[in-house]
Design a protein around this ligand. Sequence first.
Ligand code: FPP
Length: 239
Amino acid sequence: MTAPSVPKHIAIVMDGNGRWASKRFLPRIAGHKQGVDVLKRTARACAQRGVEVLTVFAFSSENWRRPAEEVSALMDILVVALSREVNQLKKEGVKLQFIGAREGLSERVRKSLQDAEAETAHNDSLTLNVCFNYGGRWDVVHAAQALAATGEAITEESLSRKLSTFTSGDPDLIIRTGGEMRLSNFLLWQAAYSELYFSATLWPEFGEADLDAAIQAYASRERRFGMTSEQLPQSGSAA
Ligand code: FPP
């Protein structure tokens, strides 16, 4: 049985902003700015196609190692993008959620995330999870610490319930743009049965045709979740 034609939950590693900018003799940050526009268009395109959740990797726990001016520009881009876009996102029914360690972020950034979440909390056309100061290992450790604090038995189910993405479920499809073929500490636990799709397109050039190619590749995959083909139901979702 093949996967349903549209994944409910898509996750994206938005890679290639720096290379896109370098090719144009622009500062790297110009690539990130273009990346915000592409994210907006991709979110809209996902909602139009019936995707329920889009989770994107905007700033990893490791991105602090970048030059200080790039880190600070990424923080500014986030705050500015939220102040400019929240009203439109609200109109379009997008619910924004930020995933990652808030402790490491400045008060100004934390406030901007909180406000955007509060403003869009009741929306339900698409949930957009923005992973910011996020790492897959952080997520698992954080979940294990939360469980240990309650004294609850550690099982796959109990640990899953403490992960930052619990309410969104695991991604059906993970797309990485920019030609690299690795997860880079993104959704490590949640990716256990995700279909992976690698695109050579740099994120600032990722368009609807690229999204459709990824969705089409997903639809042709057989998701067996450890079973044999013969054991799968003949129709409907194997998920
Ligand atoms: C990876 O490209 C991209 C990032 C580290 C940042 C992703 C951020 C955006 C797309 C902007 C949207 C985010 C916000 C703030 C909502 P890279 O810089 O590693 O590119 P390279 O591999 O070509 O150098």
